[in-house]
Design a protein around this ligand. Structure first.
Ligand code: SAH
Length: 520
């Protein structure tokens, strides 16, 4: 809540544009407002990931959920903002696209002004601009369009006769972009043609622009209603009318990305999923997060604390995961020690991600095997640790191989620095999509993840994995073996046992399948 004198002078309410749907098509000011908000009132069309910029303590309410309960929806939204601001809360009113383009932002600002509430307005990328960029239709062009008009097509046919001046629109020397126009499309098209717009004017309809579910159809004006109906296109969609649509064929990029149209499930723990999600989305995939395992601090720290107290007894400290690094080093701080406690200990990391986790603490591992797996780490360490004392910092469940191999040549103490368990709160909506086969790929980055996922699915859910409708991509031969043991087929396996390796394997599988089945 605003406390010091400077922030108490800041506007009480921010009317913020959330952009067209891409979680990163949002302004820095919008992120800053969200970061400081106590209450966020958002529209249904706002991408959920944008809400993650808000503090955990902020209350986020979807205003469409107020809709059913309040016939007087608009005044109710206004009053909710005003009441919260009067209580001293910092309010963000988060709207799809831009607040001042068909967003009723003008009415909301007026209501705030009338109530004596201060506000700021943060612009957003309006849907037309999102569609222009991602459907590759320049809205203006030196040769084809010297202007652009944003027009409300209104989706409720019961709104009565159009207030639109079709004669003026038909004459307009530029691109027409209709918002909320799908339901009334036949009427809009007929009216434009009747008022002189050439029936062969190139047109496009773009649904869910700037999202991984973007859908675009093109047709000459006279055929557009039929083409849109055939494609079963519904709101939210924009209708773009003008010669510039013809440039799309040459400029298209968004829907051409190699994973566009693919729905990929990421099953890593939430705090570790970001990197994979980003890599997949950059290639065009739609991702859903279904963390199959969770990592937590161990129930009992005493063995770890004892090892920390006696660190100088060891010559080697071995990490088998990035989680192991962060839990161990955080615990070091919690018991009042710091990196100096590591002294001259030699450090080993099982693979590149674990090595990078060490580097984040400015620690350079002395040993990282060429290939990321226990067998290779054991082989690389065996000769170097002979006769020495080794501390193995690991999860409470996992393979015993490394411990057994090293214990044959050295004195090894292993401590569980974190605990890994099956996820408890599975996202029911994502699980349903998986069971229904509305997912193309599931990525599996460990054997534990594979087993936890299978435990969470009933027989009905397993069917789509078993028959290959949903394809499984694994991080390594060890994970593949676990998957096969569960009776499931592996579609692709990473050559390099990293997140990037999994993404590459998935991509290659898509490309191979496409080669076999050329697009009709
Ligand atoms: N303030 C918003 C518009 C709100 S009106 C903005 O500036 O974008 C809602 C209409 O916007 C929808 O009916 C649809 O026509 C359009 N729209 C919003 N997001 C869209 C998207 N991602 N793709 C296509 N059209 C979208």
């Amino acid at each position: 809540m605003a406390s010091d004198s400077v922030s108490s002078q800041a506007p009480q309410v921010a009317l913020v544009g959330a952009g067209p749907g891409h979680p990163e098509f949002i302004t820095l000011r919008a992120v800053e407002c969200l970061r400081r908000a106590d209450l966020v009132l958002y529209d249904r069309l706002v991408p959920r990931r944008i809400l993650e910029h808000a503090a955990l303590t902020a209350k986020c309410i979807c205003i469409d959920s107020l809709h059913e309960r309040h016939a007087q929806r608009i005044p109710h939204i206004h009053q909710t903002m005003i009441d919260a601001a009067k209580q001293g809360l910092r309010v963000v009113r988060l709207k799809g696209g831009d607040p001042f383009v068909f967003g009723r932002g003008g009415e909301e600002a007026a209501a705030l002004r009338a109530a004596g509430i201060s506000y700021e307005i943060v612009p957003g990328v309006t849907a037309a601009l999102g569609a222009a960029a991602c459907a590759a239709i320049p809205l203006t062009h030196r040769h084809y369009a010297s202007g652009v008009a944003f027009i409300a097509g209104h989706e409720q046919p019961d709104k009565g006769d159009s207030a639109l001046d079709f004669a003026a629109l038909a004459r307009f020397p530029g691109t027409l972009v209709f918002y909320m126009g799908v339901v009334r499309l036949p009427f809009l098209v007929q009216s434009l043609i009747e008022h002189g717009k050439p029936p062969d004017t190139p047109c496009a309809a773009v649904r869910w622009a700037a999202t991984p579910q973007q859908q675009t159809v093109e047709a000459p004006l006279r055929e557009l209603p039929q083409v849109v109906a055939q494609a079963e296109m519904k709101a939210p969609a924009l209708i773009i009318v003008g010669a510039v649509v013809g440039l799309r064929r040459e400029l298209e990029w968004f829907e051409r990305r190699p994973l566009f149209g693919k729905h990929v499930l990421v099953t890593r723990p939430r705090h570790q999923a970001g990197d994979m999600v980003r890599q997949l989305e950059e290639l065009g995939a739609r991702t859903s997060l279904l963390p199959a395992v969770e990592v937590r601090p161990p129930m009992d720290w005493s063995a770890v604390d004892r090892a920390i107290a006696e660190l100088s007894r060891y010559q080697w400290l071995v990490f088998t995961s990035a989680n192991g690094v962060s839990f161990f080093l955080r615990r070091l701080r919690e018991v009042g020690r710091d990196l100096r406690a590591l002294g001259s200990l030699r450090l080993a990391a099982i693979g590149p991600a674990t090595a990078d986790a060490l580097r984040e603490y400015h620690l350079e591992p002395d040993l990282v095997p060429d290939e990321y797996r226990s067998e290779n780490l054991a082989a690389a360490l065996r000769d170097r640790v002979r006769g020495q004392r080794v501390l193995l910092a690991r999860a409470d469940r996992g393979r015993e191989l490394l411990h057994e191999e090293l214990a044959a040549v050295a004195e090894v103490e292993q401590v569980a620095v974190y605990s890994q368990c099956d996820a408890v709160d599975w996202d029911a909506a994502v699980l349903e999509e998986l069971k229904a086969g509305h997912v193309d790929y599931v990525t599996l980055t460990s054997s534990n993840i594979a087993r936890a996922l299978v435990r969470s699915l009933e027989a009905s859910g397993l069917a789509v994995l078993r028959d290959g409708r949903v394809r499984l991509v694994t991080i390594s031969p060890v994970t593949s073996a676990a998957v096969r043991e569960l009776g499931l087929p592996v579609a692709a396996e990473a050559r390099e046992y990293t997140v990037a390796g999994v993404v590459t394997a998935l991509l290659e599988d898509v490309q191979e399948k496409e080669k076999r089945l050329p697009k009709g």
